[in-house]
Design a protein around this ligand. Structure first.
Ligand SMILES: Nc1nc2c(ncn2[C@@H]2O[C@H](COP(=O)(O)OP(=O)(O)OP(=O)(O)O)[C@@H](O)[C@H]2O)c(=O)[nH]1
Length: 550
């Protein structure tokens, strides 16, 4: 009930926003007409030309982002012509046909409006979910800011709007996860005089990533953004999907899953000491002191790195490594040997026999942490290139199926609920047919970004094929998964794509199942049930989530 009230409030807000932007366009046209009159009387008046340039610049920046693509393009062309005229000496300046331009702009607006009216844009939830990354948006155009807030919210970001650099300077309290700044967001002379120094000064207390936006597509604008401390510069009108994907990637680097390390060491005190050091560095650590339980422990822990004592009772570390290398699944896990002997021959032999590095006891804690981190990072990178789909960053078909099998096997030993979701973009063939394959890829990539943003890093998310996705949600019942996927569905529907100057949105259907309702099912059967539930969702009208039933 509360959700539906929120939804209605949000719809009302969006409608208000659309109406306000139309009203603003009317004001913009009035302003342009006044300027056209002034320039008719005095075609070379620098002040009027500058005002015309500013008005067209602002229109070009905001119209495209609000979906008035033709209008934005037209305004941008005219803005460039005014800029050229402004640069010319007074005697060479030719009168500009501003009244004709206004007619052209109105025509472009009509074209945009006729396309827009055919499009239904669904809206998303507005309640903010705990743990959402917090973004501060510094943007003087409040209407553009509100639009950006709505679109980025759909991708799972919590946005706080600050009007300009001065508001940013006065902001107290906890810092954001990312700053998104219009590089012209201040009236102060200092910004005009030296933009780089201005932003460096304003950003000196921020350690989070910074992205700049701006209307100028120039080398200087990009260089200034870089020198001001920005990771990237996005040109208006903004491609919100690309922007959201970029933001998700920047923020995700902070949200790393703890490294899983296994210590194989019979010296209990030493093992505990190493475990404490690594756990303090936020890693998950398991200790194995008996060689004969190696394979069971590997199944349970699924380590990303092994710290292996070189000498264990009855068996050597190199023999253990050789055994692991014989099993396909563990043949690539990095092994770091621990030894108290500083014998270079022994070290070389150990490394030849399947080891990756060698640490001498007593072990330096910093070296241990850094070595574990860097080896796991390397391994994850390699795994990502092998197992992840390049368009979406999600697991490939074979890897998501493997992840599901693994999760199922794990819960056979340690009962834990998990859900399987099959998800599919509705009428996707029509998207490809209408807007082209390349834009179809943008829609698929947007689902990838949204999934990565919406689910926990411990969940397993995959592109099953084409426009179909599979999720394995850990520690999650079907009812919980249904709620989350429904939220995702609403958020996806709120994303506005633009193809050939035509804004459009897409919807998703999904089928959900969990292991608790079907305890006798193997992994493959759960996947089939989720697929059947997806079929039900499609059959009963699409844009919905169905739970699997008997
Ligand atoms: N752009 C793009 N299209 C793809 C990709 N993989 C598959 N497709 C297309 O996705 C479309 C899937 O269409 P269908 O399976 O008929 O389903 P649909 O049109 O989504 O209809 P419903 O699922 O019934 O709502 C086909 O046209 C495929 O060519 C891809 O990587 N990129």
């Amino acid at each position: 009930m509360a959700e539906s009230t929120n939804h209605q409030t949000f719809v009302a807000r969006l409608e208000k926003l659309a109406a306000a932007y139309s009203k603003r366009l009317a004001d913009d046209f009035n302003h342009l007409t006044i300027l056209a009159g002034q320039l008719e009387e005095d075609p070379t008046c620098t002040q009027s030309l500058q005002q015309l340039h500013a008005a067209l610049h602002s229109l070009a920046g905001s119209a495209g982002t609000f979906g008035f693509v033709q209008l934005g393009r037209q305004a941008r062309e005219q803005e460039l012509q005014v800029a050229t005229t402004l640069e010319q000496p007074c005697n060479d300046k030719q009168p500009l046909p501003v009244f004709e331009w206004i007619i052209a702009l109105q025509k472009a607006l009509k074209t945009d409006e006729s396309k827009k009216s055919a499009v239904r844009i669904e809206t998303s939830r507005i309640e903010s979910v705990g743990g959402e990354p917090v973004i501060w948006l510094v943007e003087r155009d409040s209407m553009l800011a509100e639009y950006m807030v709505q679109q980025l919210h759909s991708f799972g970001f919590h946005i706080r709007h600050l009007r300009d650099a001065e508001a940013l300077a006065h902001e107290k309290g906890s810092l954001p996860d990312l700053l998104l700044i219009d590089h012209r967001a201040s009236h102060l002379e200092a910004l005009r005089a030296n933009p780089v120094a201005f932003w460096q000064q304003h950003l000196k207390d921020f350690t989070c990533p910074v992205l700049f936006t701006g209307s100028e597509e120039s080398f200087t604008a990009r260089l200034n953004a870089l020198r001001s401390g920005g990771q990237s510069y996005f040109v208006k009108p903004l491609d919100m999907i690309n922007l959201a994907s970029h933001m998700a990637q920047l923020i995700k680097t902070k949200d790393t899953v703890p490294e899983r390390v296994m210590i194989v060491e019979d010296d209990k005190e030493l093992a505990q000491q190493l475990q404490r050091v690594l756990e303090e560095a936020s890693m998950h650590v398991a200790v194995l002191d008996r060689a004969d339980t190696l394979f069971e422990a590997m199944h349970d822990v699924n380590p990303e790195l092994i710290l292996m004592d070189l000498w264990l009772p009855d068996v050597t570390g190199t023999e253990m490594a050789a055994l692991l290398r014989q099993v396909e699944q563990w043949s690539q896990v990095p092994i770091v040997y621990l030894s108290s002997q500083s014998n270079s021959e022994l070290r070389d032999q150990a490394l030849l026999k399947g080891g990756d590095a060698f640490l001498e006891k007593p072990i330096d804690p910093d070296l241990l942490i850094n070595l574990c981190r860097s080896r796991v990072k390397q391994r994850r990178k390699l795994e990502d290139t092998q197992n992840r789909d390049s368009l979406t960053g999600l697991l490939k078909h074979a890897s998501i199926k493997e992840a599901l099998d693994y999760q199922w096997q794990l819960t056979q030993r340690k009962p834990q609920p998990f859900s399987v979701v099959m998800l599919d973009i509705d009428h996707f063939k029509a998207v490809n047919d209408t807007y082209g394959h390349a834009l179809g890829d943008v829609v698929i990539a947007a689902v990838g970004t949204l999934l990565r943003q919406r689910f926990r890093s411990t969940d397993r998310l995959g592109r099953y094929g084409g426009e179909e996705f599979t999720l394995v949600l850990i520690d999650c019942t079907a009812e919980h998964a249904e709620r989350m996927v429904n939220n995702l569905r609403e958020d996806f529907a709120a994303i506005q794509f633009t193809g050939g100057g035509n804004p459009f949105s897409c919807t998703l259907s999904a089928g959900v199942v969990d292991n608790q309702h079907f305890p006798d099912d193997i992994a493959e059967s759960l996947l089939n049930r989720a697929d059947q539930a997806l079929y039900q969702a499609k059959k009963s009208g699409r844009n919905r989530v169905c739970l699997a039933t008997d």
